[in-house]
Design a binder for this molecule. Sequence first.
Ligand SMILES: *Cc1c(COP(=O)(O)O)cnc(C)c1O
Length: 371
Amino acid sequence: MANNQNSVKETVLEIDLGALTQNYHFLKSKLKSETKFLAVVKAFAYGSDSKQVALRLQEEGVDYFAVAYTQEGVQLRDAGITKPILVLHALTGSFETILNRCLEPALYSFKILKEFIAFTELHQQTSYPVHLKFNTGLNRLGFDESDVDNVVELCKKSAAVKVRSAFSHLAASEDLSEITFTLSQIERFQKISNHLISGLGYHPILHTLNTSGILNFPNAQFDMVRSGIGLYGYGNDPKFDSFLKPIATLKTIISQIHELKKGETLGYNRAFKASTPMKTATLPLGHADGISRIYGNGKGWVLIHGEKAPIVGNVCMDMIMVDVTKIDCKEGDEVVVLGPNSRADTLAASANTISYELITGLSQRIKRVYK
Ligand SMILES: *Cc1c(COP(=O)(O)O)cnc(C)c1O
């Protein structure tokens, strides 16, 4: 917690691992003590840093990790993650890496199930852990309810694999106007699970809740939950804002201040024209860092000394300009773009998108520092 507020000299993403720990324990407090917790750390832990985040959560006792793609799991293994890692969107070209790095694939179609069984048999595996993904209404990935018997038959026939878990994914758990649909998904998952258990003759880990599922439908926690966004401090509803804290603060500095005369234009395509004399600050981050052009021309803003400075003109690749006419500031001063006091969900809403897109879009060019 060093008081280095004014020591920022470039654009940085400051990651508060203490806030991560607090968010984890808040989410755990919604669950029975025996319910397992899977931390979703795909996409660089939602744009933060999957290595530091996963190491901290491993220390805190998380049971499982999930990534979207195999290569993300390799990075976790390289970082020293020894807990099981579920690859949510395994693809048939990555089986060799999956086996070599002890990753566990989600199998969601007959094609990938058969190919993975054949691959593990060829490599003389026994009881290699696999996860079965079922579609209960999202219609994105997964077996249907009517596939259960055939899936069971394929899995039982081979000693090479063993079903470690079965899961489904909710389509609208954050949307309380869709409660009926969510409950129908949960009910369908329960039916599929019963059918699967009686077919397999054992009880794999069952899981279907994401962060909003944990917060809104805790009765459907089954044996494990999968949380991403909540760990990073966003609960998809203002009523959870006081319990979850954004772990990442995007900070930068003022590179230069410009005085514009009335009638002068600013930035590419002369998109902004000063209607009165004004003062602007140029900041060293742009759309290549994840601040989309959508935030230009007054949609988005930053905080300078706690005051809101709107983005003026078009967002450039490596720079944005903000209006500081009414703010007492100078070159070198600190600027907060995102963080607990300048929330990603609020800024994202101004551009009709969601926190997930804004934070996962923060590019790897931005230096990560730790609190
Ligand atoms: C990304 C993802 C999650 C995490 O969802 P959050 O809303 O971030 O908690 C859970 N399950 C699956 C299948 C996912 O793809």
